[in-house]
Ligand binder design. Sequence first.
Ligand code: NAD
Length: 436
Amino acid sequence: MIINVFGLGYVGCVSVACFGKEGHRIHCIDINDYKIGLINRGEPTIIEKDLDWMMKEAWEAGNILATRDYRSVMPDSDLSIICVGTPNNKHGHLDLSGIGHVAENIGEGLAASRRYHVVVIRSTVLPGTNEKVGRIIAEKSGKKRGTDFEVVSNPEFLREGSAVHDFYHPPCTVIGTSSDQAFAVMADLYKNVQAPIRRVSIPAAEMIKMVNNSFHALKVSFANEIGNICKSLGIDSHEVMDLFCEDTKLNLSPYYLKPGFAYGGSCLPKDLSALKTIAHDHYVITPVINAIEISNENQKKRLIELVTEQNGKRIGVLGLSFKPGTDDLRHSPIVEFVEAMLGKGYEVKIYDKNVHLSKIVGANKEYIMAKIPHISDYISDNLDDVVQRTEVIVISHKNPEFVDLPKRYPDKMFIDLVRIQRDLSEYQGAYCGISW
Ligand SMILES: NC(=O)c1ccc[n+]([C@@H]2O[C@H](COP(=O)([O-])OP(=O)(O)OC[C@H]3O[C@@H](n4cnc5c(N)ncnc54)[C@H](O)[C@@H]3O)[C@@H](O)[C@H]2O)c1
């Protein structure tokens, strides 16, 4: 392929060397003459393991040419990869002016082209950027998106220090596009990269880098706060975190990582509170750990807001215990929700096939009686009766019995806290996910 790489920094330089080494012809475009000079001598613009000899090899094979003159190289090319910087502006937003300039350049260059062209956004951008880039290119080139060119979102996952290795071994290759033609070009481009290709929607591809990096930052700060607490107690934090990392069932796993409702139960709130208190008692500052409960309370408020925004004063609640398949009501955030809605004068009907009031004993019974003393007036063992007698129905358990309810009762409003179905396209009526 004939490829243009816009931006010869970290991401651009690695792309040039790797694609150049594979035999593609690469035009390298930057506004920095020094970087253009380096590339035109077969030298990389950054220092990374293996990059110097790879760049040299590709350059000696005649596969690499750097220039400022984007107009001259665009018409004969198949693909343009945008790798320009997207730093934060003073308000914290990503500054996308570099992306806008490059989109104009590509549009101007494409005006004289007769080939189908794929534009690849490799830089980290905000959702909506792909569409804007497409509009700019169409305006400047007079060409039609979908017919003459396409814009694909393809975020880069490399880490500095192991950039070449990461280029060939990313966790997956993300390709955000709805075009089969552009997807085929991208799949061919990455045929030598050892990673599954994930074809996703454009906004999901635009979002993923910010989500990944924010999570990585959260991990670092969480581990550091745990370290500081451990140190104040004379405990070796690395011994603790070695154990933590051994748990690949709950700790380092997809578990707990799907958006939904607040956590609850008899363990998470209690032990989190205990950890915060230890930190406080030892004068250890733990803003990340302290913020967890605030975030959880916010999710509870969000449900109340979602429900009170609907037309309907009769609420159905499907699932009361804090986890499906149990009758443990202690610190169930859904019990708190029911209590709040009753307090606001709403009528509530509850269905939970595992909660039999006559069988609830001990701390569990005390808890529910203190929260909702007349619980027996609200609970029913007839699912359809609960749905028929209410207007807004909250699904709080991932129970197969609930999956087809939104289809069976299209006149009811369903608020889903568990993503009862992955594919929601069948729910045409009144349906609302709490965080999707
Ligand atoms: N560095 C990383 O580890 C890494 C990893 C993954 C993703 N990213 C993302 O990739 C993007 C690029 O990052 P980077 O670290 O390579 O940036 P960088 O600052 O190292 O390089 C950016 C390059 O773009 C050039 N440039 C700016 N405006 C231009 C224009 N109008 N035309 C042509 N060239 C122009 C600059 O001169 C510079 O050479 C960013 O969005 C970044 O967030 C970076």
